[in-house]
Design a protein around this ligand. Structure first.
Ligand SMILES: C[S@@+](CC[C@H](N)C(=O)[O-])C[C@H]1O[C@@H](n2cnc3c(N)ncnc32)[C@H](O)[C@@H]1O
Length: 260
């Protein structure tokens, strides 16, 4: 549907958009914008325009999983690029209802499932392209989520995005640091994950916000090689064998573990 959508249909869409709101994704559904007053502007389209060229233009023959799909903006874009299958999951049924409606109006065939990132193993398959955008900082167990994505659903490309706070510097990391080196942790380029006990930006679901060095280190540690920083907050990564895993089996006391 477009701005050419008949007025009667536009009225139906307007009513449904209102019933399903508030929306985080601003999308044009048959001429009706879902979040025109978004505090980040025309979001996420403004962000998408900054990294869209980093992803394959033609996704035909590939499968896509969008984790934390919200109202489905990215899932629908992936379908527009010709992906064979797009599976989109979110833990929140209200956002999934928005995604279902948006996909219906835009005539995009998306498989939607209510599922937490912690349960991705239930999907029982791996995907050529996994999107994990804007979710990490909403999790109480962010590294576990990355480990589970690595272990169960990713097989090639991962598109990752996180809010970042703190320094954007990234310093080369040593393999080890002496116990007496207490300054390393205070350097701006050292990986840091900031814990939010209460709220950030009024949102009680913000738990951990990494600096840039931490994003890069967590991705590597979970078994994702960074191919490209596609936008300030967006990283295109490739799956490789990981040293650890969700159970942290090898991360035992350093004199005996694989890290030693
Ligand atoms: C900031 S929005 C990001 C939406 C979209 N991925 C994007 O980048 O625009 C965060 C989304 O993650 C979802 N989410 C939060 N915790 C989740 C979890 N444990 N598993 C799956 N989705 C989750 C929220 O419901 C919300 O739709």
């Amino acid at each position: 549907m477009t701005d050419e959508t008949p007025i009667s249909d536009q009225e139906r869409i307007r009513r449904r958009v209102h019933e399903l709101g508030p929306w985080f994704h601003n999308m044009n559904l048959g001429g009706i914008w879902t979040a025109p007053e978004h505090f980040l502007g025309d979001y996420p389209n403004v962000k998408w325009q900054r990294f869209a060229t980093a992803l394959p233009a033609d996704l035909s023959g590939r499968t896509v999983l969008d984790i934390g799909c919200n109202a489905g903006f990215y899932a629908i874009e992936m379908k527009r690029r010709g992906a064979d299958r797009v599976v989109a999951i979110d833990s929140d049924p209200d956002y999934l209802a928005q995604a279902r409606f948006a996909a219906e109006v835009q005539r995009a065939e998306i498989e939607l499932r209510q599922l937490s990132v912690y349960d991705v193993a239930k999907l029982g398959e791996r995907f050529d392209l996994v999107l994990f955008m804007g979710v990490l900082y909403h999790l109480r167990h962010p590294l576990l989520a990355l480990d589970l994505i690595h272990e169960h659903v990713a097989k090639d490309l991962l598109v990752f995005q996180s809010m970042q706070r703190g320094s954007a510097e990234v310093e080369p990391l040593a393999e080890d640091y002496p116990f007496v080196d207490v300054q390393a942790f205070d350097r701006p380029g050292y990986p840091k994950l900031h814990f939010i006990e209460h709220r950030y930006s009024g949102d009680p679901t913000n738990w951990w916000v990494p600096n840039r060095a931490c994003v890069e280190a967590m991705l590597r540690s979970a078994g994702f090689d960074i191919l490209q920083q596609a936008e300030e907050e967006v990283f295109l990564c490739r799956w490789r064998e990981a040293a650890f895993g969700p159970d942290g089996a090898h991360a035992v006391y350093p004199t005996r573990g694989a890290k030693a």
